[in-house]
Design a protein around this ligand. Structure first.
Ligand code: PNS
Length: 169
């Protein structure tokens, strides 16, 4: 009998995708048969890049990687995970502040669906300080993001007009 396919969802805003995210996605892809990198569509929160741009960036950087898919989702993460037949949610943890937040989310998701577990991964130490928030701040102020994001994302940032967060889809 064939072993069951192990599917994980890696949800996030990915606004924008960083080298820390890529490191975690690669680690997850070694642990699961299929990893679905899923961008939350949240129409109320202003964002740096539109969801469509973020999906395009993710596809540009991750396209062609075996076992890695890119998608967007609405609503509850556990409902989306179930739809994908995933039993695991992947999240990254850099600091104790991250751990507090992730612990609360993981336990809430477990409350909503006890069949879905969260696996918390540590990124490589070289990416321990990298966050989308800081990348957005540096980019908004016209600074250099080389080394913090994949080269393709650097180009997306270079093409984006300088300015605050405006996009909402
Ligand atoms: O990259 P982020 O912004 O930290 O990702 C947060 C995300 C998308 C994982 C989280 O906001 C989420 O899962 N939202 C979906 C709504 C949901 O299921 N909420 C209840 C579980 S805590």
């Amino acid at each position: 009998m064939a072993a069951p396919t192990r599917i994980a969802v890696f949800p996030g805003s990915f606004d924008p995708l960083t080298n820390g995210h890529v490191d975690l996605i690669e680690r997850a892809a070694r642990m699961f048969d299929r990893v679905v990198v899923a961008v939350l569509r949240n129409t109320s929160k202003p964002s740096f890049f539109s969801v469509d741009d973020r999906l395009a960036m993710l596809r540009e950087v991750l396209g062609g990687r075996d076992g890695v898919d890119v998608d967007a989702f609405d609503g509850l993460l556990v409902d989306y995970a179930r739809k994908q037949r995933a039993t695991v949610v992947i999240r990254g943890v850099r600091t104790t502040a991250d751990l507090d937040y992730e612990r609360q989310m993981a336990l809430t998701n477990r409350h909503l669906d006890g069949a879905i577990d969260t696996v918390l991964l540590l990124p490589s130490a070289e990416f321990g300080h990298v966050s989308s928030t800081l990348v957005r701040e540096i980019a908004t102020l016209g600074g250099q993001v080389r080394g913090l994001v994949p080269t393709a994302v650097e180009s997306w940032i270079a093409r984006r007009p300088l300015g605050p967060m405006t996009r909402t889809v």
